[in-house]
Design a protein around this ligand. Sequence first.
Ligand SMILES: O=C(O)CCC(=O)C(=O)O
Ligand SMILES: [Fe+2]
Length: 352
Amino acid sequence: MLLPMQLASKPKNYPEHQWPLILPPQQARAVAPPQMGFGGKFGPRGLLLSCFLLRPERVNRYRRWQVPRHQALFVGGVPPEMASQEIEEHMGKYGEAAAAAVNDVHVVSGAELRVEKATATKKQWYCKVDPEYPPRVRLLMDGVVHIENMLSMELQMNLVQQVMSLGGGSAGFYTPRFEGREMKLQTFCLGRHWDTRSHEYCDARLDHDNLPVLALPSNLSELAQGILSDLDQKCGEVIFPKMEPDTCIVNHYSASGSLGLHQDSDESEASISAGIPVLSMSFGCSARFLFGDDGNSLRSTMLRSGDVFIFGNSARLLQHGIAKVFPRTVPKRLKEILKGRLNLTLRQTEVD
Ligand SMILES: O=C(O)CCC(=O)C(=O)O
Ligand SMILES: [Fe+2]
């Protein structure tokens, strides 16, 4: 069965075979992105703006422009086929800082570039990741798969709207306490409630307000199953055992949010030993996700809006956590409906 949703469409020059591209772990590390989209500092002749890339394997240019103080900056994700000259020409024509409407978006050869003033105080700019790039699968270790850009922007908007509105109502978001301390996130559950005191799944929020847990909307469980079966189909083999999700834990992080290293080990013994995966979807701000077999040899990857992260099989008890949420990285089209980072983890707590 194919995924019951539209995959992000492919831009020109991006060959079909890149989805899915299963990278062995060594290669996956080699393409790990650098952390910053743009950097700049004042040189003798103005602001030296260096633009480098969040995903070098996708946009393999390194660009530098000397931006005189009187000119505006055009800041944004730059596709590989775009020549620097086009941006420079555009800057020359529209880039008088005094006249520039800051935050205006200019479309230059199909790329959206936002106007900023060249100020010395601002040292970093973030680079908008183009949501039109197709999904790419990375096998990070046995049983651990990261699918970048899996969810189209359309779908992200619908899901964020749906989940934030559930979270804003009765039996929605609250700040949980874990081992006596407030956690650095807000949460609520769908399907079954994970009790932070007893560490068990139950039908009411006995550790908080006793309200019955909200039902798990069928589109969320179908989406998780669709992603897993699409992964199998595109890879030509079964990657994870079949999952029938009965629970979704929704986490909302502010820019200062985080989640300590832990294992998802409170699902039933039968579910865990069968290696039935946990499937997580990320929306809004990018986050540094830590994971590893044990706390001593941790690795990390960046989870961005629209990414899916799955762990199951022999890695079902993976240690994982959120080390950092990167502020101001919400994709433009989600900004109105989401601040910070939203994460949904779909799980199957019981096996019949
Ligand atoms: O926010 C995330 O990406 C991870 C959430 C998580 O690990 C959990 O809810 O158990
Ligand atoms: Fe977890």
